[in-house]
Design a protein around this ligand. Sequence first.
Ligand SMILES: [Zn+2]
Length: 332
Amino acid sequence: MNFQAITERFKNMMQQKTTRPSTASQPPESFAFYHQIRQLSQEPWTYEDPELQDVAMSILPLEKLFEDATKREKDGNGSWGYQDYLIQSLLSWFKQEFFSWVNSPKCESCQSDTHLIGACRPNTEESFQGCNNVEVYQCNGCSRQQRFPRYNKVRPLLFSRTGRCGEWACCFTFLCRALGSRARWVWNAEDHVWTEVYSFKQNRWVHVDSCEESFDQPLIYEQGWGKKMSYCIGFSIDSVRDVSSRYIRDPENGNPRNRCPEIVIEHTIKSLNEEFRSALSEYDRSKLLDEDRREKEELISYRTREDLSSSALPARQTGSEDWKRERGEGGN
Ligand SMILES: [Zn+2]
């Protein structure tokens, strides 16, 4: 073996030493959660399609949104910037006018209520549009069966404009990107998803939930809905982060974090950030590292603060009472 090959081998060994968790007894790849996080991290990349962003621009009522944001900025106290107000305007339009919530779909033939009877595989057209699962309902009036395809891709959602949290968060996060904001799609292990938008005025990631028209209310789940949570992970194309402590202030009363050792999560997220940022300039990478440090400090600070539990937070608005109870989101 020549000198160059030995050097190469040594560099590889050192690389493995520094990038692989050293105290976990098993390799990260042996945990299902490692693969799940990596798979989830692909979601924000689907929002980067320029053709799809053009479609968004043709759908968004831009003039109305910009006018509304200008008004909000004029009425505001200066703590938020125009970009934040634009997201607030988008949030309000999205919830009030654009998207609708579906508990169970109305019967297409007689408009009566329906009830869930099962699920089936998507047909060719539905599969092509990115549907993985079709819920089947039966009409309470005429007994007709009705399909409700669940889409988790932006394109069909821009036209169906309907669904539950998954559809709402996917479409809304994409629209934030289309309007030029940095946006994270936040995944929660207890079956909820929402958005975070980076505020350039406040230099931080801000919680936004389109289903609830909620802006910067990260405690809405734990304290408003009474939801028990374990993991919340935010994914953008340049910043993946375990943001659990922004949303779970009382981990003792949350669900256990037992999907893998913590070091495996840290390693997985670190390697995703390295991959996602590899094509950026040195300057952009160092700016993101600064942002990482600030966010880390912010997230640690929540572990030592007790100042946020007194503010009254709303109970969940979307979903039927039974559905909310089943999900442990029926309030405290
Ligand atoms: Zn019917």
